[in-house]
Design a protein around this ligand. Structure first.
Ligand code: AP5
Length: 217
């Protein structure tokens, strides 16, 4: 099964991915996490994408398509269910994904679109804290038991460098200019399901799980 988690920056994709992975055992492919791991490892690819990410722009299609499709195809070949988070983000990426899946004899089953207005995004992103191993918190909406410390690992929580108000505005601009159009693309294919992402995290998680169950085949 191939599921896409879709929505603007800070809509809750990573938060919901964590829950869907634990319920359904998906292979989680987060394009942002893949790019951040490349940067952390100091690879040539990491150096190439750093400027785009830090400014809030999308990285070029050819780079991200190569990186993500290789992982999607590997998972498909191994018959694993995939949860895509942050990819695709442009029409070019969406079409390449469809082509690659069709060649592998499969398709996108459902696109879970988190609907959150821009007005909520800045507060969500500037209040986000993450553990070095990737667990997501929010100082107000999803706080750790001890402020600044991961509940699971005891690691110190940090802020992403692109989680400043100025960069969030650029990321939102990129979303509206290049990514939002994918809602119509997937709606026309009959696979788009919208979920109100302003609800409580666990309410959103239940609704998403119900949708995944309905589409499981
Ligand atoms: P990426 O890492 O994908 O960032 P993003 O899409 O901007 O998404 P975020 O990770 O910021 O947010 P999220 O939706 O996962 O929200 P979260 O669950 O953390 O991409 C980073 C960069 O990489 C891009 O800018 C681009 O440069 C590049 N890139 C990546 N993919 C690319 C692609 N395909 N093409 C080109 N470039 C690409 O939640 C946010 C906060 O809100 C958290 O604190 C959370 O606790 C809180 N929260 C979540 N849900 C709720 C709720 N229901 N109520 C209250 N608070 C909530």
């Amino acid at each position: 099964m191939n599921v896409i988690l879709f929505g603007p920056p800070g809509a809750g994709k990573g938060t919901q991915a964590e829950r869907l992975v634990s319920t359904f055992g998906f292979e989680h492919l987060s394009s942002g996490d893949v790019l951040r791991a490349e940067r952390k490892s100091g690879t040539a690819l990491g150096a190439k994408v750093a400027g785009y990410m830090d400014s809030g722009a999308l990285v070029p299609d050819d780079i991200i398509i190569e990186v993500i499709l290789a992982r999607v195809l590997k998972a498909s070949a191994e018959k694993r269910s995939v949860l895509l988070d942050g990819f695709p983000r442009t029409l070019v990426q969406a079409r390449k994904l469809d082509e690659a899946l069709a060649k592998a004899g499969t398709a996108v089953d459902v696109v879970l679109s988190l609907v959150v207005p821009d007005g909520l995004i800045v507060e969500r992103i500037t209040g986000r804290r993450i553990s070095p191993s990737g667990k997501v918190y929010h100082v107000k909406y999803n706080p750790p038991k001890v402020p600044g410390v991961c509940d699971e690992t005891g690691e110190k929580l940090v802020q992403r460098p692109d989680d400043t108000e100025a960069v969030v505005k650029q990321r939102l601009d990129a979303y509206h200019a290049q990514t939002e159009v994918l809602e119509s693309y997937y709606c026309a294919k009959g696979v788009l399901k919208q979920v109100d992402g302003t609800q409580d995290i666990e309410v959103v998680a239940r609704q998403m799980s119900d949708l995944v169950r309905a589409f499981a085949r």
